[in-house]
Write a protein that binds this ligand. Structure first.
Ligand code: PLP
Length: 506
């Protein structure tokens, strides 16, 4: 290869390509609602369309970009589509995208202060702005990770270290002085608790799932009984994980009462506010912060509610030094770059290399301000309540959980179930195929249509459709279209399916 061609793409070409990409991204955002929400091609089609062997010769931008449009794009689920209402709302925003572009251009590693002072200091600033918005006391300090699952793993690692002796140094294996630790959480909490227990050698079975009440909040009396039973067996209650905004229904656990149990038994209190903690930015929802000041740790994902693009998760600890004590370890080659007095975020977790994530959050927070962010969340809450009123006014549908945040869980009720409820004989009940569930079929049919996207979950053993609102591009008109699609799809499926919804089977 000619030595003249060994550098990067020539700057004039790069400039032209960037202009093309800038236009492409702006067009994508502007016209996204004209695209199918999710791919309709079968599994494996993308792999089939691409060569299985790596390129020997370099290829042109034009060719690669044309493949991006013809092969990759059709296989994308457009999380930013205004009618994508699955999981927790997509929170991509223009300032967030701009921040991602700049951070890709800078390509710094934020492991120590010296490796990029701006990345470290901006991370500290953004974490503290968010702390103030969340109304957390100033004794809480934080660190940015990719996800809440990583956050809880680090929080429980600190809990484990503080509850026993020298696990960091001596480990747990071969020791008779390490008790059997137990972690308690509700049957609604995200599975990241078990993942953390697996990673930390605490064991999946030592995560005790406490039943929740009729509104999907942890039942504190059941918790107390479980703790007492474990103590009687000489186990060591280590931590309680309480949720502010559970995955299925966005329910909020009674944190104050849970904190009391933690205090009594000297247990760590971790709050999973991955989705719901963002609600604290709305003064009228200050209730959501009750008991937070008693927590040892709390995780919040601004990529779920606060309009920062994926990924951006913050773990706060009361006294961040506790986290540093467990994870600080300086490899020899970094000694010259590491000064104790400087903040080195590599000391606050297992990850050494770290992206400059704070830049996009800083740009989003500054562009909208607290008032702008709160107003957008308020609109999503309004849309969720509006959908709830549409559901309540249609006799073929029912809400499956209280609507607390931007999440609506609801079910279609088939004709035979309606008759059964009103006491009439439901002849279609005979010969039901219990494997077919109409609510699941509706959600799958909608998702396969490419017109909208929703999630299904199980509540009290019954399949439930679930809509998550949180995308700045979603309007009342989009929601109305999705609601009509749900009704039409339910109508069509209930006419053609020889079965009923699964509530009749309970
Ligand atoms: N906590 C809650 C309430 C969630 O809903 C989720 C995922 O959606 C998580 C934690 C895990 O999130 P992450 O993907 O950031 O690990």
């Amino acid at each position: 290869m000619n030595r003249d061609n060994l550098g990067d793409v020539p700057s004039q070409n790069f400039r032209e390509q960037l202009h093309e990409l800038a236009d492409w991204i702006a067009d994508y955002r502007e016209h996204i609602d004209g695209m199918p929400v999710a791919p309709t091609a079968p599994a494996g089609s993308i792999q089939k369309a691409l060569p299985a062997t790596p390129p020997e010769e370099g290829e042109s931008f034009e060719r690669i970009f044309s493949n991006f449009e013809s092969v990759i794009l059709p296989g994308v689920v457009h999380w930013s589509h205004p009618e994508f209402m699955g999981y927790f709302g997509s929170t991509s925003t223009a300032p967030g995208i701009e921040g991602e572009i700049l951070s890709a251009a800078l390509n710094v590693n934020a492991m120590t202060w010296r490796t990029c002072p701006a990345a470290t200091e901006l991370e500290t600033i953004v974490i503290d702005w968010l702390r103030q918005w969340l109304r957390l006391p100033d004794e809480f300090g934080g660190v940015v990770y990719d996800t809440a699952s990583i956050g809880i793993m680090h929080a429980l690692a600190v809990a484990r270290e503080e509850a026993s002796t020298e696990i960091r140094k001596r480990g747990m294996t071969g020791r008779s002085d390490v008790p059997q630790f137990r972690i308690y959480t509700s049957d609604q909490t995200h599975s990241s608790v078990e993942k953390a227990a697996i990673a930390l050698g605490l064991g999946e079975d030592n995560v005790r799932r406490v039943r929740s009440d009729s509104e999907f909040r942890l039942d504190v009396s059941a918790l107390e009984k479980m703790v007492a039973a474990d103590l009687a067996q000489k186990m060591r209650p280590l931590a309680i994980v309480a949720s502010v905004g559970t995955t299925s229904t966005a329910s909020v656990d009674p944190i104050r009462e849970i904190a009391r149990v933690c205090r009594r038994h000297k247990m760590w209190l971790h709050i999973d506010g991955a989705y719901g903690a963002g609600l604290a930015l709305l003064p009228e929802h200050e209730w959501v912060t009750a008991g937070w000041s008693e927590a040892d740790s709390i995780v919040v994902n601004p990529h779920k509610m606060l309009f920062v693009p994926f990924d951006f998760s913050v773990l706060y600890l009361r006294d961040l030094e506790r986290l540093r004590r467990v994870f600080t370890l300086v490899p020899e080659y970094l000694r010259a770059d590491t000064v104790e007095a400087e903040k080195n975020y590599m000391d606050y977790g297992v990850q050494l290399g770290r992206r400059f994530r704070a830049l996009k959050a800083w740009m989003v927070f500054r562009t909208f301000g607290r008032i702008g962010i709160a107003a957008r969340i308020r609109e999503h809450l309004r849309l969720a309540q509006l959908l709830a009123t549409w559901i309540k006014s249609d006799s073929h549908f029912e809400l499956a959980a209280p609507v607390v945040m931007g999440v609506v869980c609801f079910r279609f009720i088939a004709n035979d179930e309606l008759s059964r409820r009103s006491g009439a004989k439901a002849d279609t009940l005979a010969g039901i195929d219990s494997t077919v569930d109409i609510n699941s079929a509706i959600a799958e049919s909608i998702n396969a249509s490419g017109k909208a996207y929703l999630t299904q979950t199980k509540l009290n053993g019954r399949t439930t459709m679930r809509i998550g609102l949180g995308n700045v591009l979603t309007t009342e008109e989009h929601l109305g279209r999705v609601w009509n699609l749900i009704r039409e799809t339910a109508e069509k499926i209930s006419r053609t399916k020889p079965t009923t919804d699964d509530s009749a089977l309970l």
